[in-house]
Structures are given as C-alpha cells and as structure tokens.
Design a protein around this ligand. Structure first.
Ligand SMILES: [Zn+2]
Length: 438
C-alpha cells in the first residue's frame, strides 16, 4: 500500500467517531458494524473491515473479532477492547468459563490482527466457532424494534449458544442461511426456522434460552461453587443419593431422559455426544463449555431448582463472606407440596419417585420439617378423633369403654390431648343426664 491511501485511511478513521452509530440495547458489535456499513453506503465488506479493524475479513469474525485495538481507538465511545468483547460478542460467555490466563490470551487475540495470532483462542478453530453460532433473529423482536427505534438489529442474546427461542416472545429464532458473507442486516427473507419443534422441546428450549442469558455475565465463574450448587440440586431432584458420591450412571440416565429429543436442535454442538459431554463437566473430563453447563442447569430448573440461585452460584462469594459456614438446607418446591399434606415419608418417596433418603434430606430443611410435623399431627388428630366419635356413637360412655373399643385412639389422646377426649365423653353423657332431670 502506498503512502497516500494510508494517509487517507488515517484521516477517515480520525473522523469516524462522529458518524459511527450508537449501539442499540443489547446489540452485537457485528450489528453496529453492519449498520455502519450500510449507512456509509460502502459496496465492499472488505473496505468496512479495513477501515474499522484494519482487517479486510472482519465481517467473518462475528463471534470473536480481531483488530479491536484499531476499532476502539477510532470509535471512541465504544469503550475498551475488553469491554467490547464482554458486552457485545458471544466471546463474553466463553471468557467466563476459561481459566484467567487463557481468557487473557483470547482477549489479546481479539485486540490484534496479523501474524502471531493463536489459532484456537476460544478453544475452536475460528471457522468452526462462527459455524456453531449462526446469526439468529426473532421476527417479533424485529417488528418491535422497527416500531420503537426505527430499525431492526442483531441482539446478542439471540446469538448465544443454546439460544434457539426468544426469551421475551417465546418465539423460535430463525437462523440466517449463510451468515459469513459480509455485513448482513436482519432480514426475514434470508432466514429459516429450526425444523419441527414439539411443544415439549419448545418449553425446554425457552428455558434453555433463559438459562444461557442468565449465564452471560462479565464476572469469571467460580467453578467450585457452581459444581457444588449443581450437585446439591441433583441430590434434591432425587437424581443422586443424598450425601453420597455422584452416581454418574444415574446422572447420565436422567440426562438421557431429559435431552432425548433435543439432539437435532443442538446438532451444531456435536449432539450425538451431548449427554456424555454434559455429564463429563461434573467429572471434569470435559471442558465446561457454557452450553454444557446451561443444559445441566436447565434440566435442574425443570426439576424445580431456582435459576436465580444457580446463576448466583456461578460467581465467587463477595469478599468477607464466610464460605465455610454451613448453609441452612432448603428443599425444592415439590417437597413442600408433598410433605405439607402430612403424608408419610415413605408415601412421599413413592409419589416423588425418589428414595427415602432423599425425603430424609428434604426434611432436614427446618421450615419444611416444622410444617410437616404440624400437618402430621393434624392428620393423626383427625383419624383418632373419628375413631373416638365412632366408639361414642356405638355406646361407649366411659374411659374404660373407649380403652376397650378404640384403644389406639384412646392411647393417642392420653398422650397428646386428654382434654379433648374428656370433653367428648362429658358431651356424650349429657343427653342421658338431661333425661333424668325431666
Ligand atoms: Zn423476540
């Protein structure tokens, strides 16, 4: 390149910040670049890439951009390169799950371009990384955006791995056919729907999108705390036994049941191996790909776990918090539903399809134990009171009669509520006495 065009490029960049569009809420970096490309009226995508990133093929690096140093210097309001990656690219989600040194290498890969780049910065060859994240759009969001701000744009939330349904509208997202060609604007005409999604799959995928969105956070994950939270929820869902080591066969069987018909939807992520790969996260034989964690969490949320609690467990406890303090056990919602009726632990275990030790663990939650005890007492009272009334109706008039005719109930009331039983005896004798007085 001769000196003159270089100078022209520098001059164009120095004025760029005046014309570069401001990002819409939740818009991707690729989205703002695409809008700039179309507003500027450039024909060749390479020219926009060259101007913004000093990199002609920038349009093909949607997920993990390159040349962010150039971009950040000429578009002043865009923020520092790290901020851009963490808020405007899917790279954000991946950085969270990397060890710090590796995350730093991936970030510096995004800042520069040219020789010396790492080929597998995000754990994949970059072409595969882009293929795994086709551009996705929600037709309803598109219409709403056009109405509210005048144009449709690419939402980061729709581009995350595992986001196949719009979280806001519960609408299946549409994928753009060949997203790698240039700076594309969202257009319905060039998008296609994920083939045949059943109602069950749709519900699961809706939940999965919420989980993935909840995982997208700039803070690095605390793997230990997250794993502990997942194991705890696995116990409470009755997948593995309380207190014991993780029974991976049980986890695998449970996951197979949950993920059975989602293989096709998740095919971009090597779905044949989905179940072992998701399981492997717990055994640490597989890298914690965000989608694997998201799938595990989604299955647990469908078993009654709280997404907020699980998402909170991904972060390190704030400084000063005592992490060794024993936490008060809490039980899942369905444990409350079952045990608040006062049913026997054995019966509850059968109805929930879990072992008795899981029910025992549920009952270590002091609030639930209290309510269970109260309900059980009420149940026993009702049963024994019915027996006493029956005996009185059959002619029992004294405590000796009750001891003979309804011994179990008699014994229970002697221990728990003798006053009530005496009251019934007195009342049963009253009509006879009244007759005597007449
Ligand atoms: Zn939508």
């Amino acid at each position: 390149m001769t000196a003159e065009p270089k100078a022209a490029l520098r001059e164009a960049r120095s004025n760029l910040w005046r014309y570069y569009p401001t990002a819409a809420p939740g818009e991707t970096l690729y989205g703002t670049c695409a809008r700039f490309h179309h507003l500027a009226g450039f024909k060749r995508p390479a020219l926009t890439g060259r101007l913004l990133f000093d990199f002609e093929r920038a349009a093909s690096k949607r997920c993990a951009p390159m040349g962010l140093n150039t971009f950040s210097a000429c578009v002043r309001d865009a923020g520092k390169p790290q901020e851009i990656v963490e808020t405007m690219t899917v790279g954000a989600l991946y950085l969270r799950f990397m060890v710090p040194e590796r995350a730093q290498r991936a970030l510096s890969w995004c800042c520069h371009c040219g020789a010396g780049r790492e080929r597998f910065a995000f754990g994949w060859g970059s072409a595969q990384f882009e293929r795994q994240h086709p551009l996705r759009l929600c037709p309803i969001c598109m219409r709403a955006d056009a109405q509210a701000i005048g144009f449709a744009y690419w939402h980061l939330e729709h581009q995350l791995p595992g986001a196949l349904v719009c979280r806001t509208h519960r609408e299946p997202l549409r994928a753009v056919a060949s997203p790698s060609s240039g700076w594309r604007m969202p257009e319905l005409a060039h998008s296609r729907l994920c083939p045949g999604v059943s109602a069950r799959q749709h519900a699961f995928l809706g939940q999965l999108s919420s989980t993935v969105a909840a995982l997208c956070d700039a803070r690095p994950i605390d793997g230990r705390s997250l794993r502990a939270a997942i194991c705890r929820e696995l116990e409470q869902a009755g997948v593995v036994r309380a207190g014991g080591a993780l029974a991976m066969q049980n986890v695998q069987r449970w996951l197979e049941g949950q993920l059975q018909d989602l293989v096709e939807c998740l095919s971009a992520f090597d779905a044949q191996k989905t179940v072992p790969a998701v399981c492997g996260v717990l055994e640490k034989s597989r890298a914690p790909h965000p989608l694997r964690i998201a799938l595990l969490m989604t299955c647990l949320v469908r078993e009654g776990a709280s997404l907020e609690d699980l998402a909170a467990a991904t972060c390190k406890a704030p400084h000063g918090a005592d992490r060794t303090a024993p936490s008060t056990p809490t039980s899942p919602a369905r444990a409350y539903t079952l045990l608040e009726t006062g049913m026997q632990a054995k019966e509850a275990a059968e109805q929930a399809g879990v072992s008795k030790s899981v029910v025992a663990r549920w009952l270590s939650d002091p609030v639930l134990r209290d309510r269970w005890n109260t309900a059980r007492k009420r149940r026993l009272f009702d049963t024994h009171a019915a027996a006493v009334c029956e005996a009185l109706a059959q002619g029992a008039r004294s405590t000796a009669d009750l001891r003979r005719d309804a011994n179990a109930a008699f014994q229970w009331f002697v221990r728990n509520d003798p006053q009530w039983m005496n009251q019934q005896l007195v009342e049963s004798q009253m009509p006879a006495q009244l007759a005597l007085w007449k």
